[in-house]
Design a protein around this ligand. Structure first.
Ligand code: PMP
Length: 356
């Protein structure tokens, strides 16, 4: 049976990306070697790095004064690396959920953290807006898409201090004005690649703001100056990331994927709002296009396990909500076809016809 992959991450990649990756595992570009066993210093891998850099810049309109680096350790390592590099005295964080909290916890090891805004008062069901950002912060940190709670910033905010964003779960899903950010980073295992690599897009002048002497691997300067080749980078995940960027360009780039993502999200949110058995958990204006959270409506809670079974019978995978929210979470990343969303919507409609 065809599977409909709504996993939150690692998550769906485009079929052709997986096919090309499978071919490259057997024979990389006719070299007679597997991509799993080439040297990261080979000219073949140089070409992969160059193409990834060129496509990333083109697709996200990244200005020339930014550098892209690929790192191991996931976004979680970047939580402390951001603070180790840039937190001298005090940094500002917006607390919009689990991932923000984890970033805050790590930052506190290096200096003072001012939580400039938080949506914790209503269980992270909205994005705080209109908050003041003190001008004396080393930087302001936001989580652009909250993978667990299903909220997302739909505008690039303005900040008087360098703005740093964790875009793990919405990178390249929508246009972003990169020039508003001093740094954008994330784990690549949602919209870009299999698990094993994180990306960071860093404005060059930030390297002059590194506040302390750091272990070589922790300093962003090391990775920028060595083009992510100071040590062995995650070769295979970077290769797959490059294939994903090729695929994204081939279908029309970020403008087109944004159009598709809005269309998919509208299909599912409209059904959630219309269907008497289900209820969305997030303020409408802050709903994520990537992670769509919903629960059984009041009075229907006990039907949740039966709905999970009905979904499973249709090949729907990965919609169990995070334990902190409960219910369901349908992650609709770039590579998820609209067809999969339609199958989920039909399943909800049939379920309502049976039970309402
Ligand atoms: N930030 C966000 C928004 C995430 O969704 C995740 C992982 N789901 C992380 C950070 C942590 O990423 P990693 O597992 O790569 O450390």
């Amino acid at each position: 049976m065809k599977k409909h992959n709504f996993n939150a991450g690692p998550s769906i990649l485009a079929d052709e990306v997986i096919e090309n990756a499978a071919k490259a595992v057997l024979d990389f570009n006719g070299s007679g070697l597997s991509v799993l066993s080439i040297s990261h210093r080979s000219k073949e891998f140089d070409a992969v790095m160059e193409e990834a850099d060129r496509l990333f810049r083109e697709l996200l309109a990244i200005p020339d004064n930014y550098r892209i680096v690929y790192l191991g350790g996931g976004a979680s390592t970047l939580f402390y690396e951001v603070a180790a590099n840039f937190l001298g005295r005090k940094a500002g964080y917006v607390n919009t959920g689990v991932w923000s909290k984890k970033a805050i916890k790590e930052a506190k090891r290096y200096g003072e953290v001012e939580v400039v805004a938080s949506s914790e008062d209503r269980n992270f069901t909205y994005i705080p807006k209109g908050f003041a950002v003190p001008a004396d912060l080393d930087y302001l940190h936001i989580t652009s898409n909250n993978t667990i709670y299903g909220t997302e910033y739909h505008e690039d905010i303005s900040s008087p201090v360098p703005l740093i964003a964790d875009m793990s779960s919405d990178i390249l899903s929508r246009p972003v004005d990169v020039s508003k950010y001093a740094m954008i980073y994330g784990g690549a295992q949602k919209n870009l690649a299999p698990a094993g690599v994180a990306f960071a897009i860093i404005r060059e002048d930030m390297l002059d703001r590194i506040v302390r002497d750091l272990p070589t691997m922790v300093s962003f300067r090391t990775h920028v100056e060595n083009n992510s080749m100071f040590n062995t980078p995650p070769v295979f995940p970077i290769y797959v990331l490059m294939e994903t960027l090729r695929w994204l360009k081939s279908i029309g780039g970020v403008g087109e994927i944004f159009r598709r993502n809005r269309e998919k999200a509208a299909l599912l949110y409209d059904e959630i709002d219309r269907n008497p058995l289900f209820r969305g958990t997030v303020e409408k204006e802050d709903r994520s296009l990537m992670n769509i959270c919903f629960v059984m409506a009041d009075g229907y809670e006990e039907l949740a396990p039966e709905f999970m079974e009905a979904a499973k019978a249709r090949g729907i995978v990965g919609i169990k909500g995070h334990r902190l929210v409960g219910g369901f979470r349908a992650s609709c990343y770039n590579a998820l076809p609209a067809e999969s969303v339609r199958v989920l919507v039909e399943c909800m409609q049939e379920f309502a016809a049976k039970h309402a």
